[in-house]
Design a protein around this ligand. Structure first.
Ligand SMILES: [Fe+2]
Length: 362
């Protein structure tokens, strides 16, 4: 039975959105080639130890920090809060939960001021800040706009062994669930959680964790994503395309997953939907529905379920990875197990596993 995280008596901090990820990379030059030369993220600032990058429409100092280090990992998932007082609220909230916290009035990275970092109840390094340096928003700098331009940071995705536990903790923190994946036995395989008015700021994927599954940036249109694929082909790095391009069932977004030189996964994502009303309905997908993760029914590659990045504690050491004991999504849907469907028959039973009944439908 799930050991739920208690609900603190003090108010949760008022979170605006996911704001930046700090990623430890082992070769800064190789990572720069990937994130700047290939993906076109914009360098706000850089030195011999770190590169501060932002997306095209961003006005805060950075959305991604690449920091050189010995072990590839995620060092912080940073959220912007609504006011300076909300940083105090975050610190009080996690202290009541008994979590380790560290407050730095001058921030943990360049460009960001007063911040608190915590080791959260799921083992993830979360950061909360308000004070941040503003930089040029490049929105109408079409002279700098590339064919595969990444325009906004969209979301994080975190791997955790116990999704209901993580979901309840994040709901207490003020996140709302836009979509989830379950089975008829009540096992939850994944949940998409938002603060801003999109499908998510972060998602929980069931698996061995705590680990970073991916960071996702938005493009304006689908064709921007196709361009990234074409460019990777031209550069003879198509082996770094892990999955897609395709259309998600969950979120309805058009997507692509690619791997950076350390194996950190990046999603390129566009065209999900508005979720801002208070009664925005939660969409629940059956784990056996072949279209939940790819609307066209293309299979998910096994590495997408098994591979993820380590996360660091506040001392910079990798958090131990705890095995998921609930059923694995890969095991129930990948391979010739026969438990997935594309259509349900009128009586509710799963239809043929794949394909058209050609004789009846053409
Ligand atoms: Fe994603």
């Amino acid at each position: 039975m799930t050991n739920f995280v208690p609900t603190p008596s003090v108010p949760a901090p008022d979170i605006v959105r996911c704001a930046y990820l700090e990623l430890v990379v082992t070769d800064l030059a190789k990572s720069r080639a990937f994130y700047v030369d290939l993906l076109g993220l914009h360098v706000t600032e850089e030195d011999e130890n770190a590169i501060y990058l932002r997306s095209f429409e961003e006005f805060i100092h950075h959305n991604l920090v690449l920091r050189k280090g010995p072990v590839a990992a995620a060092a912080a998932f940073a959220y912007r809060v609504k006011s300076p007082a909300e940083v105090d609220a975050a610190e009080a909230y996690y202290k009541e939960l008994g979590c380790r916290t560290e407050r730095r009035k001058d921030g943990f990275t360049k460009g960001v001021g007063d911040s608190v970092r915590v080791e959260d109840p799921l083992g993830f390094p979360y950061e909360f800040f308000y004070d941040v340096e503003h930089v040029e928003r490049l929105t109408q700098r079409y002279d700098l706009y590339s064919a595969g331009e990444l325009v906004r940071l969209d979301h994080f995705n975190q791997v955790t062994p116990d999704v209901p536990r993580g979901r309840k903790y994040l709901e207490d923190l003020g996140f709302r669930v836009s979509e989830d994946i379950k089975d008829s036995d009540g096992v939850t395989y994944a949940a998409w959680m938002h603060r801003k008015q999109t499908v998510h700021d972060t998602a929980l994927t069931g698996g061995n964790g705590p680990r970073l599954h991916h960071i996702a940036f938005s493009t304006h249109e689908k064709h921007n994503i196709i361009q990234i694929c074409d460019k990777m082909g031209a550069l003879r790095i198509s082996d770094r395309i892990e999955r897609g391009p395709g259309r998600h069932g969950v979120s309805n977004a058009f997507y692509l997953y690619i791997l950076d030189p350390d194996g950190h996964r990046v999603e390129i994502y566009t065209q999900d939907y508005y979720t801002g009303d208070p009664d925005n309905p939660t969409v629940t997908w059956d784990v056996h529905d072949n279209q939940r993760r790819d609307w066209w029914g293309n299979p998910v590659v096994p590495s997408w379920y098994t591979e993820a990045s380590l996360v660091l504690d506040l001392d910079g050491n990798p958090q131990p990875v705890i095995e998921r004991t609930d059923a694995s999504e890969m095991a129930v849907t990948v391979g010739a197990d026969g438990f997935s469907y594309t259509r349900k028959e009128e009586d509710g039973s799963a239809g043929e596993k794949t394909g058209f009944k050609l004789g009846a439908q053409v």
